[in-house]
Design a binder for this molecule. Structure first.
Ligand SMILES: C[S@@+](CC[C@H](N)C(=O)[O-])C[C@H]1O[C@@H](n2cnc3c(N)ncnc32)[C@H](O)[C@@H]1O
Length: 775
């Protein structure tokens, strides 16, 4: 569960009575807060006296009636040795500061237009953080940036602070939504001057903006994704009317949520409740377990309930979130994977390595995978044309034997006579299999020790069952192993699985980005990892994008089928080279909202038999193999982040490559901005180029409707189509609805859209230099 902290303003602190025995107001406030189930308090570090002195020193008065030289001298003395007077800070003792989240002075302007104001704000902030560090405070919240035009100066100052206080976490306060941010300031005005210049041409919509996220992105990029730099999301009204763009915050290091009583509305009985959009946002963001800072809850803003109901209500919202409920429900992936979220695991190499008994035991905890296999084998047996023959099944890669047991069960359920050959190349698992023959299976199972790529079975079999699948389908070398095992099958024999496909989607996750480049080793940054995703945001959306050429949110890369059609084989029945198992895909994604590309999420789907399958595709898994635990998705990381503006297109190239000893993946991406009337520097993708190569259409495969329609996006009525603007990426472009009457106009505009290249990644893992799978 998330924690709750009570926010106290300066006025709250001043009015808070001291306890007895030297208990200061701040200690008393902390004790009171803990008694009410808060983890602690959050309050300003400095008082109004500090603000008054700083202003008197650092902001020169406009009139001539002051001794400006004397003021300047005082300021210089302070700049030389910045220090506080006693009454300028709210706390002085270690016990007072224990567990306190401190607000740095919110009047500091690290992004003022005036050079001196910026300089002195930075000096003051460094002084405040040094003092907080002296008091052992571990978490400080910095005032939000206010002027987009000075964001680089703000970010530079934050970076200086991060380096100056080596152990403290600095959290930048950012409003999740601020319509004012749409106004771009170009003035280098005084400290108090508000942003003045706006770009009216882009203010065509009251859709929520991503401008505040874009400011955050600039700050953390300048600070090189410092892991001690986090976010405090300010949920002070106004709030957007829809939450779709807020999803990008879930890929960010959200440490605190600042939630004032003013965000709550009163329900019919006068109790505080949150508006629908905020409820949805909280439900979503709570998976990151932020600390919720509740503010103004003692002000009596709502008629009923009192202070405690605010936190009770937010806890209730958290408990109703799908992520929380799933984590508390036995048998779900979320429950099974607790503690593994966003943890990078090296994929298994069951061909090169021999698995441990514990690893098999973990597999065997998944009831869904084995149930699906049993159903597939059962269906294949019951449909077998000749009902009198004794069926011969082979489990290739039997492990400790769970699929063998399921095959026996399927034969028994179908009331069919049959026997099973079980083949395994792991000598240790082979011992367990012998034990099972002795204890459970007897004559019905015949064991063989060997590698399916070269081993010869005594006779051909009717049904070949295997489970050599990785998170990306083919990444544990199922295709290569089954090339050999296909020799075991009779001409009319069937393979379970019959086929499998690999899928990808572009994702953002500052956490995973930091993890993959943590070691500064290039190999770590171009290695695919198995990850149970949590703090991520999938950047792509369904719909064709402005060019009309984009595929769905999650796209298929390629497919493998068993047995292979048109296979060229040598006299031993084996393929002479592995070239036929190379694959490539060029995929085009629509990016509806601005975001940073950090990697590709990889998924697989397998057809076991007819409409019985396995899937970890995020939109289809619940229909095909709900609550299957065996596979987490794969992450293909990018070494450098790539900024993608709203309504841009991402073209991803991914290859499965091979030589005689290894298989590896290479990946690369390019970003484009579709611009009406411009000439593409890259030919607009045609239908052929967005189709995965070497992949047959899978109509008639899994009987689950696919949601990858590419229609439903384009239309242009009289709305002017956005022309290139420096803020195009900070504005949530409203979806342009289809107007059937305007089909001609729509096509005209669609055909007239060109793509301007705006960025690219490097080619990852060329020649398998950092990661490969051994044959
Ligand atoms: C993912 S495990 C599955 C084990 C078991 N069938 C299950 O579902 O629990 C794959 C198994 O195939 C075995 N294996 C992999 N490649 C093989 C090969 N070329 N020949 C024989 N066994 C192989 C591995 O040792 C491992 O036991």
């Amino acid at each position: 569960m998330s924690t709750f902290t009570k926010h106290l303003s300066l006025a709250d602190l001043q009015s808070h009575p001291s306890g007895g025995d030297g208990e200061t107001p701040i200690l008393k406030a902390s004790t009171d807060a803990r008694a009410k189930d808060y983890a602690g308090i959050c309050c300003p570090l400095t008082t109004d006296a500090w603000r008054a002195r700083w202003r008197a020193m650092c902001l020169l008065p406009a009139d001539d009636g002051h001794d400006k030289v004397a003021i300047e001298r005082r300021a210089e003395a302070w700049r030389a040795t910045p220090a506080f007077e006693r009454d300028e800070v709210t706390m002085t003792r270690l016990d007072e500061a224990e567990g306190v989240v401190a607000f740095a002075s919110d009047w500091l302007e690290l992004d003022a237009g005036d050079d001196w104001v910026r300089h002195d704000s930075e000096t003051a902030l460094l002084q405040e953080l040094a003092y907080a560090s002296y008091l052992n405070i571990t978490s400080a919240i910095l005032p939000p940036p206010k002027h987009r035009s000075q964001i680089a100066s703000y970010a530079r100052a934050v970076n200086i602070c991060l380096n100056a206080v080596p152990y403290m976490e600095l959290s930048v306060m950012i409003p999740i939504y601020d319509p004012v941010m749409l106004h771009v300031s170009s003035s280098a005005g005084s400290a108090s001057s508000a942003a003045t210049v706006s770009s009216p041409s882009i203010l065509f919509s009251d859709e929520p903006s991503v401008a505040t996220w874009e400011m955050w992105d600039a700050i953390r990029t300048v600070c090189e994704y410092n892991p001690r730099l986090t976010l405090t999301l300010d949920l002070t009204p106004p709030m957007p009317s829809v939450i779709s763009v807020l999803s990008q915050w879930s890929a960010e290091p959200v440490r605190h949520i600042f939630l004032p009583a003013s965000t709550f509305i009163a329900n019919a009985k006068g109790y505080p409740v949150l508006p629908k959009v905020v409820q949805g946002f909280i439900r979503d963001i709570m998976k990151l377990r932020p600390n919720v800072i509740l503010s103004g809850t003692t002000a009596g803003r709502h008629k009923n309930g009192g202070e405690v109901v605010y936190s009770q209500y937010v806890r209730h919202i958290e408990k109703t979130s799908p992520a929380y409920k799933a984590s508390k429900t036995e048998g779900t992936v979320e429950n099974f994977a607790q503690g593994y979220q966003d943890y990078l695991q090296a994929p298994l190499q069951p061909l090169m390595d021999n698995l441990q008994s514990m690893t098999y035991q973990t597999f065997e905890q998944d009831p869904v995978k084995y149930r699906q296999y049993e159903e597939a084998v059962y269906a294949a047996i019951t449909e077998w044309p000749n009902k009198t023959d004794k069926l011969i099944l082979c489990v290739a890669g039997a492990g400790r034997g769970p699929l063998v047991a399921r095959c026996l069960k399927a034969l028994q359920r179908a009331n069919r006579d049959g026997s099973i050959y079980a083949l395994e190349k792991n000598p240790n698992a082979y011992v367990t299999l012998q034990q099972r023959v002795r204890d459970d299976w007897g004559e019905s199972v015949k064991l063989f020790f060997g590698d399916m790529r070269t081993f010869d079975l005594p006779e051909k079999v009717d049904i070949l069952v295997s489970e050599l699948l990785g998170s990306f389908g083919d990444n544990e070398l199922s295709p290569e192993c089954l090339d050999g095992a296909m020799r075991f099958l009779k001409p009319e024999g069937i393979s379970i699985p019959a086929s499998y496909t690999a899928h990808i989607a572009p994702l953002s996750s500052s956490k995973l980005f930091n993890e993959t480049r943590g070691t500064k080793d290039v190999k770590a940054a171009e290695t695919p990892y198995v990850v149970m995703f949590q703090a991520i945001n999938i950047l792509s959306g369904n719909g064709g994008g402005l060019s009309g050429n984009c595929g769905p949110k999650v796209q298929e890369c390629w497919e493998f089928e068993h047995p292979r059609k048109d296979a060229v084989l040598n006299e031993q029945g084996l393929p002479p080279t592995n070239s036929h198992n190379a694959r490539s895909a060029q995929l085009t994604f629509h990016i509806p909202h601005a975001g940073i590309l950090h990697g590709l999420a990889g998924y697989f789907e397998a057809v076991l038999y007819r409409n019985i399958g396995l899937s970890i595709h995020p939109d289809r898994m619940q229909y095909i193999s709900k609550n299957m635990l065996s596979w987490f998705p794969l992450l293909f990381p990018f070494k450098e982040p790539l900024y993608l503006p709203s309504s841009s297109e991402l073209h991803v190239s991914i290859w499965r490559l091979t030589n005689q000893r290894q298989v590896w993946y290479e990946w690369y991406a390019e970003a484009f901005l579709p611009v009406p009337g411009s000439t593409s520097i890259r030919a607009t993708a045609d239908a052929e180029s967005i189709r995965p190569s070497r992949s047959d259409s899978r109509d008639g495969g899994l009987a689950v409707a696919r949601s990858d329609s590419r229609e439903g996006w384009l239309s242009v009525r009289s709305t002017p189509v956005l022309s290139p603007s420096p803020m195009a990426d900070a504005v949530d472009i409203p979806p342009i609805e289809i107007d059937s009457n305007a089909a001609v106009d729509g096509d005209a505009v669609k055909n007239n859209i060109g793509l301007i290249k705006i960025g690219q990644t490097s080619l990852h893992n060329p020649k398998g230099r950092s990661s490969w799978i051994g044959l």
